[in-house]
Design a protein around this ligand. Structure first.
Ligand code: ATP
Ligand code: MG
Length: 486
């Protein structure tokens, strides 16, 4: 049972309840009121999630009150909810409460750490603290320090194993932890932990938004944190706010977990971000959801591989139900032709049937396909395709069906959704699978499309496949005739 004042912290969160949370120990001494007072002075009064975090972070060990209850705290939330600011308020409050406290702060690089520390200096200055009376300041790169008149200080440091060599910190904060690999994070902690060992009231706080496949350090913190909340004796506290598992990230009802909502960000702001950010960015940064790929491709390599099949062949009885699409790489280095049809179970199936250097051969190849009476031949009417489309139309030999810009966006979204739902079969052509996981999608109008120019290497296999599937669905092959007619 939570004490009523602790229950009130959760009630104040309304819909933005943490997905995982270490619970406050009923009756434990803590410094929430003091942190709140300092945050108010700094002009950043705590918002509900920051209040719960401050309550847990500042809890004293009931058995040995010279120690913090939690020597290690891991917090993960979406971006822009006040992690860095909340941490600054807590570090400042501890510095003001306890003389000679040594607090250190790092982030993805030493430069970033110093920038965020400069933000704090600015806040302190604007809050009416007076330099040389209330605090002293050294701003030199590598020697930056904000020291209060009681001897406590806050210092940024570079996230390396030897940065804290020779120092004895009480407080260390690691911001943007998703930027570190397990090796980097372990080396960083290897430099931090021994330096802190001599201080009984030490505390390491790690905070970040979710990461991707490269974020192996944070991943470990999250996995361990989720385990720690089951153990009442754990000395690690864990707090996580993220979208509910399996919720639809595109449905605003799924956004209500966001702990900045109504305080630092509005639903309108989220709608705009949702519209403008790539799906992976939206998921990771604003829904605080782990994305599996380190790249920002349409799908992850694993997701693409999950729908791939070997040795698929177009229907043997001719191509009257097969859609063909071509795509020329923007640098005209290669041209690809994809074929799409419905398999016996009605699942769209795609195969890269031709790939050749340059663009010269495309017209005779399309003319040859046309003689086989296919369902449709087409392409997206953009980029290098356009000249071919125009030329073939002008020559008038092979009718080409072109996708409009809007159709193309729908086609890209549908294709991605089909892969995620495993409602498509892809030829296990390595270039096709690779293209699906490297094709960068960007918003366009109300939809998303593969951006030929934002994608590092050309991905004509992916675009030809997308367009072939779209042409197939638009052309609706006739339903098979019943064998017996009444
Ligand atoms: N309690 C608060 N009261 C008023 N403003 C706040 C508060 N907390 C944070 N902010 C403001 O909200 C914005 C985002 O805060 P902050 O940069 O701390 O978020 P963050 O979670 O660290 O974001 P990111 O993930 O982008 O690093 C900043 O402009 C900050 O000043
Ligand atoms: Mg931040």
């Amino acid at each position: 049972m939570l004490a009523s004042e602790d229950q009130a912290l959760f009630d104040a969160l309304e819909d933005a309840q943490p997905k995982y949370a270490t619970l406050p120990t009923p009756g434990a001494k803590h410094y929430l009121a003091q942190v709140e007072a300092v945050a108010k002075i700094l002009g950043k009064p705590l918002i509900p999630w920051q209040r719960l975090a401050a309550r847990i972070i500042t809890e004293r060990d009931p058995v040995d009150p010279t120690r913090w209850r939690y020597q290690r705290v891991i917090i993960t939330t979406p971006r822009q909810v006040g992690k860095t600011t909340g941490n600054a308020a807590i570090q400042t409050a501890k510095c003001l409460l306890f003389p000679n406290r040594n607090a250190y702060y790092t982030a993805q690089t030493g430069h970033h750490a110093r920038q965020r520390w400069l933000d704090l200096v600015d806040i302190i200055d604007k809050a009416g603290f007076e330099q040389d009376r209330d605090y002293t300041l050294l701003k030199g790169a590598g020697a930056s320090i904000l020291q209060f008149s009681n001897g406590s200080f806050i210092k940024p440091f570079a996230p390396t194993s030897d940065s804290l060599h020779g120092f004895t910190p009480h407080d260390v904060a690691i911001d943007e932890a998703y930027k570190f690999s397990l090796v980097e994070g372990t080396e960083l902690e290897g430099g931090v932990s021994p330096a802190m060992q001599t201080k009984p009231d030490r505390q390491l706080i790690i905070f970040s938004t979710a990461g991707n496949a490269d974020s192996t350090y944070l991943k470990k913190q999250v996995e361990q944190g989720r385990e720690h909340i089951k153990n009442p004796d754990a000395r690690t506290a864990y707090l996580e706010w993220s979208m509910a598992d399996n919720a639809d990230p595109d449905n605003p009802a799924s956004w209500l977990f966001h702990p900045g909502l109504g305080h630092l960000i509005t639903v309108d702001d989220l709608h705009q971000l949702h519209e403008n950010e790539a799906p992976e960015v939206w998921l990771r940064a604003y829904m605080n959801t782990w994305i599996s790929g380190a790249t920002t491709g349409m799908v992850t390599p694993t997701e693409a591989a999950a729908v791939s099949a070997r040795d698929i062949t177009p229907p043997s009885h001719g191509v009257k139900n097969v859609a063909f699409a071509f795509e020329i790489a923007p640098d005209r280095s290669r041209t690809v032709i994809a074929a799409a049809w419905l398999d016996n179970a009605g699942t769209p199936t795609v195969k890269i049937i031709d790939r050749f250097a340059g663009v010269e051969d495309i017209e005779p190849k399309l003319a040859e396909i046309y003689t086989r009476r296919p369902l449709v031949i087409g392409s997206d009417d953009q980029g290098a395709n356009r000249a071919i489309n125009d030329h073939i139309k002008i020559v008038g030999k092979t009718p080409i069906t072109t996708l409009t810009h809007r159709d193309y966006a729908t086609a890209c979204e549908d294709f991605r959704a089909a892969i995620l739902a495993k409602k498509i079969i892809l030829d296990d052509d390595p270039l096709l699978l690779d293209a699906c996981s490297t094709a960068v999608m960007r918003p366009s109008g109300q939809g998303w499309l593969i951006d030929r120019f934002k994608t590092g290497a050309p991905v004509p296999e992916a675009i030809a496949a997308v367009v072939a599937v779209r042409l197939l669905s638009q052309s609706r092959p006739p339903a098979p005739k019943p064998l017996v007619m009444f």
